[in-house]
Design a protein around this ligand. Sequence first.
Ligand code: ADP
Ligand code: ASP
Ligand code: MG
Length: 407
Amino acid sequence: MIVVQKYGGSSVATTEKVAAVAKRVAKRAKDACVVVVVSAMGDTTDELISMAKQLCVSPDDREMDKLLATGEQASSALMAMALHEMGSKAVSLTGGQAGIITESTAGKARILKIDAKRLREELEKGNIVVVAGFQGITDNASWADITTLGRGGSDTTAVALAAALKAETCEIYTDVDGVYTADPRIAAEARKLDTISYEEMLEMAGQGARVMHSRAVELGELYSVEILVANSTKDVPGTLIKKEDPEMELRNPVRGIAHDTDVTRFTVASVPDKPGIASKIFHTLASKNINVDVIVQNVGIAGHADVSFTVHDADVEKAQKAIAPVVVELGAGQLILDQNVAKVSIVGSGIRSNPGYADRMFTAFANEGINILSITTSEIRITCLIERDKVKAAVKALHQAFELEKA
Ligand code: ADP
Ligand code: ASP
Ligand code: MG
């Protein structure tokens, strides 16, 4: 039986915590073959990014990947040493050594394939295999480049390995007890869920619930890997991410609330209202691999319209650089950036078939005096862009309005 366990950055933040995790892993390894995926220790990734920015205004993507991958290489080697000290057989591998081959897009490379030969050999030798999360290589060759999978990407490493190894379970250990109805750090009344469907978790993750990396959930669904999210320090039941079951229909149509404060709104003001404008703007951003969300084009007045959209804060500089020449080329008025915004979403597969949820959401905001800047929806989600300093009040108001504290 193969088990894949992933431990996040806060769970391995100090050598003491690494030793504590090693103890749990060694115990699990008594009756299973264990692959452990680790994140970088604590805030290492943020610290590495900050060092790069001290030396260079816009660091080269390739060098950045090489730098950031070192965080997980350090924690994986330390974990293997901690296991050795406890008398366990263990070996640490980089993402490349674990056979994780990715596309070459730096910073958020997608996994193309996994050659699990080395992993299997090490497991057969009786080793606990500790894999550096969040990274891969561009080719199965010594000249290949090191890539990273995007912030939070160690979750994706774990699910991808679980799929490749056809593991019995994939366990994501973190600093909270599981997936909650809202971020427990901002809504004290948030309730831990026993299960959540892939579809719902994907929307939650995509809208800022960083407890799971969205691509990890996508892979889980694609390869039917059930994912357990649980606490790395306590022995309490976590949350199982799995296929929607019929019983789920009987419960609250809204499953949870996600929020994201790391977004910036771009407005390309007063662009000529004619075919091809949106295509030009969004093609430029897509070609730089920048994700955009909450796209709004207002009704044109006097042959001109405003186009606005949000991008993740980490992509702001890149997006600004890419879009500035387009603004000139299109003859648009100006480019306006607003960082005082945040997204708040309600998510639930029941939203699809229950009318009136948008009304309840907007009424909850109105009662709190929260202004809605723009709105987007999917089949199972409604997202509002609001002012950033209203986020906490917004999450609390929605939690109450949809009675999410009730099981
Ligand atoms: P790790 O370092 O283990 O990968 P992360 O910081 O990436 O951990 O994710 C865990 C954090 O996600 C929690 O500390 C919590 O604040 C946040 N979070 C946001 N939304 C949720 C949610 N709905 N349920 C649980 N945690 C959430
Ligand atoms: N260390 C990386 C990050 O901080 C990847 C991860 O933790 O999953 O984003
Ligand atoms: Mg994470």
